[in-house]
Design a binder for this molecule. Structure first.
Ligand code: 5GP
Ligand code: MN
Length: 313
């Protein structure tokens, strides 16, 4: 059942023992959201466990509470509420046996499959962290410094630091209110902008794979098994390579995930609905940023992708 911001706030107020769940291959928005939500609930005297099936990428680990994020549900724990953040479908939750307690999903993916008892969805917001910032700031919740930084990070990373088309006046307003309350843009950017030497090497490898289709309207690049091993957790960074080329409407990054499986990160610039395109392959996401997994080796996955993607150009 879809619910409002006020009803979501009420759900948070009226439960006590929370299990918070983020998505596999977590990004800055998901991590920022789960950190901030946990801190806010703990400040209200509630107990919180945070679970994300995959490890948190190194570059987000400067937030101290990231240490509390587990990769599995602790044995014997009991909960009275389950909250999923930034998680569009239950398969992206990591395949856990979730407790049978009232569940809420707070998400901004247009492709959300409504898998929880309650869904607070804002597909017009750039980030789940933007939703939480509004919910907390308007709802009179107390936000500590780390929570403000975490939410700023979430809004920043999902909006390309206020450059993508999902950046609205409201996105900027939430960022502004977080900064007004103490969030530190330079501190966050300094942590996120540092690029390792390994990452630079992978950048070179990915650049080497860059090619085009559809008269240059589709840009393609790839991370093979070696690149994935070197820096697979930062694939977000590399999808910007095909995406930023002049004339490219759809940019796609193919990521080797075993010999028979390819994951895709898909981005569009002006008109192609890549959420729909990804859904054709069982994935989803947003209109301008989506992803999916194709059960084929990379070359065949590319052929299958192109046959469909051409229809969106
Ligand atoms: P990314 O390319 O950064 O992994 O993902 C871009 C967007 O698409 C994110 O919002 C992410 O949640 C969504 N996404 C990525 N992969 C999948 C997928 O396999 N299924 C669905 N439903 N969404 C995905
Ligand atoms: Mn998000």
């Amino acid at each position: 059942m879809k619910i409002s911001k006020e009803e979501a706030a009420e759900f948070l107020r009226t439960h006590e023992r929370f299990l918070l769940v983020g998505h596999i291959h977590p990004d800055g928005d998901d991590i920022g959201s789960i950190v901030a939500l946990g801190n806010v609930l703990e400040a209200m005297g509630k107990t919180v466990d945070r679970v994300i099936a995959d490890p948190v990428p190194e570059r987000f680990q400067f937030l101290p509470s990231v240490k509390s994020i587990r990769t599995s549900i602790p044995d014997g724990a009991s909960y009275d509420a389950l909250v999923f953040t930034d998680l569009s479908n239950i398969e992206r939750g990591g395949g856990f046996d979730f407790p049978k307690v009232p569940s809420l999903c707070i998400d901004h993916h247009v492709s959300n499959t409504e898998y929880t008892d309650y869904l607070y969805l804002r597909a017009d917001y750039a980030a789940t962290a933007e939703m939480l910032a509004e919910l907390f700031l308007d709802g009179g919740f107390s936000l500590d410094q780390e929570a403000r930084n975490a939410l700023y990070m979430g809004i920043g990373t999902d909006s390309g630091f206020f450059k993508f088309s999902n950046t609205s006046a409201h996105t900027l307003l939430m960022a502004s209110r977080l900064v007004e309350g103490g969030a530190e843009p330079a501190f966050i950017t300094n942590h996120l902008d540092v690029t390792t030497r390994v990452s630079m090497e992978v950048y070179r490898r990915v650049l080497d794979t860059l090619h085009y289709a559809c008269g240059g309207k589709i840009g393609l690049a790839a991370m093979d098994a070696t690149s994935m091993e070197m820096d697979g957790e930062n694939s977000d960074y590399y999808v910007s390579i095909p995406r930023r080329v002049e004339g490219v409407e759809i940019g796609v990054l193919f990521k080797a995930d075993g010999p028979e499986t390819t994951r895709l990160s898909i981005r569009s610039r002006a008109y192609a609905n890549v959420s729909e395109l990804a859904a054709h392959f069982g994935g989803g996401g947003h209109v301008r940023a989506a992803g999916c997994t194709i059960q084929l080796p990379m070359a065949e996955a590319e052929a299958a992708f192109l046959a469909e993607a051409e229809k969106y150009i």
